[in-house]
Design a protein around this ligand. Structure first.
Ligand code: ATP
Length: 434
């Protein structure tokens, strides 16, 4: 019954997300604001779990990566050196269908793009002097200092390159990982959270010695590592693919690039970009590296993996959606699920059952995100937990009071198992093990 291709799946998902507290339109009571979203009690858990799994894989799981958390606002000269101010101020038109941006005065490129749209007519936005960078003004006296909200989190890594090399024991090859907010003045935000103006990125910048062949190997290695990560957390492999960037679509900093794409209800879309940035950034910031052992000095090359936390959240939700009008199950990987366990007393009007269930709830809650529910009947409670992806539901019944065991029901198989209360922590630890 898996069905993530029906045209209305996005509507169903947006409505589920709002109804159950995953994602809300930002400042909705004032009519919202285009391209901004708030994560509710379940959404923040899912998003945090995605970030946790990413950090586990990309930082804790390796010996050659350290993390940082750089400021969102930097000296504006950073953006001049990185090429972001210059590269993004031309008058552009954007195709409303596939978001391809073309210089408004480049008739040839406009025609070429229109020819690519064989079935559907290309639709262009008005030409705009288009700067993706969001301006902010700092200080209280005029003239205020103009600065920018970062358009990518990446530059925070490069400007700290020397600080990191001198303060930690990293040596090339090594990586710097970061997760954080980025802002882009997108002219056509849309497809729910897919294209937002405020979003989060999770990135690794991996520094290598300049070498055409070896850096290609590193690029291929990270492509596979990142693809495997999405599969290991449950995205169906048939819904994933690589797509190499053509020469004319690469970002200004990339020597070559590949996207990891997801087969979404609105077509194959980018999830994450793997970029060979070469020496572009370090050179522009006039930075280099000296080998601590040999004394050799050079400008390292950079292989980057740049994923979107919000896009990952959306695609994990879409890929896990199973259901029809009557029943919905989010088959999220248990590691990502907002709640790991739900606990129910069989009957809400039996204090001895409620008391026991509460006791187990409070104990498990210290280790696993757990929810207590005593509303309606058991069937309705299962239904409500399936819809938000809770992998296990525990029922405390009259036998529990005698034998000290509970019934654990598995979300995907609906199988029920009796487990001793004193064994529950171990049982869940085992299930959630890497
Ligand atoms: P697109 O072509 O969709 O605009 P991009 O190629 O500009 O994306 P990158 O600059 O490579 O994107 O950014 C890396 C990642 O950051 C993307 O793969 C995506 O997951 C995320 N991202 C970029 N722009 C947005 C956005 N407007 N909203 C949400 N996530 C975004």
């Amino acid at each position: 019954m898996a069905d993530n291709k029906t045209p209305s799946l996005m509507d169903k998902m947006a409505s589920l997300c709002k109804r159950r507290g995953f994602i809300f339109p930002s400042s909705e009571i004032y009519g919202g604001i285009q391209g901004f979203w708030d994560y509710g009690p379940l959404g923040v858990e899912l998003k945090n779990n995605i970030k946790k799994e990413w950090w586990k894989k990309m930082v804790y799981g390796r010996e050659d990566v350290v993390g940082i958390d750089a400021a969102i606002i930097m000296n504006p000269q950073v953006w001049k050196a990185s090429g972001h101010l210059e590269a993004l101020v031309d008058p552009l038109v954007e195709c409303k269908i596939c978001h391809t941006r073309v210089r408004a005065d480049n008739e040839e490129a406009i025609k070429a793009h229109e020819n690519e749209h064989k079935d559907e007519k290309a639709q262009w936005t008005e030409a705009k002097s288009f700067n993706l960078m969001t301006e902010v003004y700092l200080g209280v006296t005029e003239p205020k200092q103009k600065a920018y909200l970062r358009g990518e989190i990446t530059q925070g890594v490069f400007v700290n390159f020397e600080n990191i090399v001198s303060s930690s024991r990293v040596a090339i090859p090594f990586g710097i990982a970061q997760i954080g907010k980025a802002f882009r003045n997108e002219i056509t935000p849309g497809n729910f959270t897919f294209r937002s103006r405020e979003f989060e990125q999770m990135e690794l910048e991996y520094f290598v010695k300049p070498d055409e062949e070896k850096s290609r190997e590193t690029f291929e290695y990270f492509k596979k590592l990142r693809m495997d990560w999405y599969v290991s957390l449950g995205i169906k492999s048939e819904n994933l693919r690589f797509r190499d960037h053509a020469d004319d679509e690469r970002a200004h900093y990339a020597r070559y690039a590949t996207d990891i794409q997801y087969n979404s209800p609105f077509g194959w879309q980018e999830f994450e970009g793997i970029h060979h940035r070469g020496e572009y950034d370090l050179k522009n910031h006039k930075l280099s590296y000296q080998d601590k052992e040999t004394g050799e000095k050079y400008i390292p090359w950079v292989i980057e993996t740049s994923g979107g936390v919000d896009r990952a959240t959306l695609f994990f939700l879409l890929d896990s959606y199973y259901g029809d009008d009557k029943r919905v199950v989010l088959k999220l990987d248990p590691k990502l699920a907002p709640y790991k366990v739900a606990i129910f007393p069989l009957l809400a009007n039996k204090p001895e059952l409620v008391e026991k269930a509460k006791e187990i709830y409070l104990r498990l809650k210290r280790e696993f995100n757990t929810v207590f529910d005593d509303r309606g009947n058991i069937g309705k409670r299962y239904f409500a937990q399936d819809e938000i992806g809770t992998p296990w539901c525990i029922t405390v019944d009259f036998d529990t009071l005698k034998d000290g065991a509970v019934t654990v029901r598995d979300r995907d198989s609906a199988k029920q198992e009796r487990v001793g209360i004193d064994k529950l922590n171990e049982w869940f630890q085992e299930k959630l093990k890497d």
